[in-house]
Every structure is written in structure tokens, then in C-alpha cells.
Write a protein that binds this ligand. Structure first.
Ligand code: TYD
Length: 138
């Protein structure tokens, strides 16, 4: 559920010449990292996301700038604003996410637990709702 999608404070090594945030899979975050990707040059007013995953765990980081993540487990919604490079948002499987309000120049860094797999996406919201109902009736 959205209750499992927590904000994680990441390590920050700070000195006068700047900061470093190292992230170790399975140590700083609760999954092993198989893929890294980042979104950038996002046009003003554009939204991203609009899907859920069957298996994928992700950590979203505002490496630069800011954006809002609307999480939806089929029962409840929760909005999280990301705007610091040393904070990550964990998204567990089965969560619909919409990414909105990107600041200009925002860079969204994603750490993912699986390689890219088009069949792992749920892109139809009605289908997502049907699937979440089926899960809760088990
Ligand atoms: P998508 O995950 O829908 O983007 P977002 O959730 O950020 O809006 O991916 C957009 C397109 O990019 C889609 O055609 C699949 C492709 N893609 C890859 O080929 N590999 C990847 O690792 C990712 C994340 C996307």
C-alpha cells in the first residue's frame, strides 16, 4: 500500500567543496540495484508516470530541482514532494504513480530493482483498479 512507500534519508558526505550522496543497494535502500535511469529536459507543464508495475521496486530522487509524486494503491492517495538530492522516495510494486509539477531543469534519478521490461507495466488505470480489487479479495 502507499504506507510502504516511504521517504528515505540518504547518506550525505558534506565538506566545503560540496556534497556526495553514495547509495548502496541492499544497504542504504531495501533492494539490489539492477538499473539506473534519469529523466531530464522535461518540458514545462509536462507530467510523467501514469502507470504501475507488477514487480519493480524503485527509488526516486530529485537529483536537481523538484517535482511531486502522487501515489495511489487503489484505495488511498498520497502526494510526496521531492526537492533534495539526499532524499529518496521508495515505490513498491503495485502502486500507481503520477509525476507532476516538475521545476525547470529538474533531474529525476531512478534506481530500479529490475532491468527494463515492458510487460511489467500496468498502463491502464481501470485495469490497475481491477487488479487491486482482485488482490484485496484474496
Ligand atoms: P516510461 O517508464 O513510461 O516513462 P515515465 O514513467 O518516466 O513517464 O518510459 C517512457 C519510454 O521509455 C517507454 O517507451 C519505455 C522507454 N524506457 C526504456 O526503454 N527503458 C527504460 O529503462 C525506461 C525507464 C523507459
Amino acid at each position: 500500500s502507499v504506507f510502504n512507500c516511504n521517504v528515505i534519508d540518504l547518506p550525505k558526505i558534506h565538506n566545503r567543496s560540496g556534497n556526495i550522496t553514495p547509495i548502496h543497494g541492499d544497504l542504504d535502500i531495501p533492494f539490489a540495484i539492477k538499473r539506473v535511469y534519469y529523466l531530464y529536459d522535461i518540458p514545462g507543464g509536462e507530467n510523467r508516470g501514469g502507470h504501475a508495475h507488477y514487480r519493480l521496486h524503485q527509488l526516486l530522487i530529485a537529483a536537481s530541482g523538484s517535482f511531486d509524486v502522487i501515489l495511489d494503491d487503489g484505495r488511498m492517495r498520497k502526494t510526496v514532494s521531492l526537492n533534495r538530492p539526499n532524499v529518496g522516495l521508495l515505490i513498491t510494486p503495485g502502486i500507481w504513480r503520477d509525476l507532476v509539477n516538475f521545476s525547470s531543469g529538474a533531474v529525476l534519478l531512478v534506481l530500479a530493482s529490475e532491468h527494463y521490461d515492458a510487460t511489467d507495466y500496468i498502463r491502464d488505470y481501470d485495469e490497475f483498479i481491477t487488479l487491486t480489487k482482485r488482490e484485496t479479495n484474496k
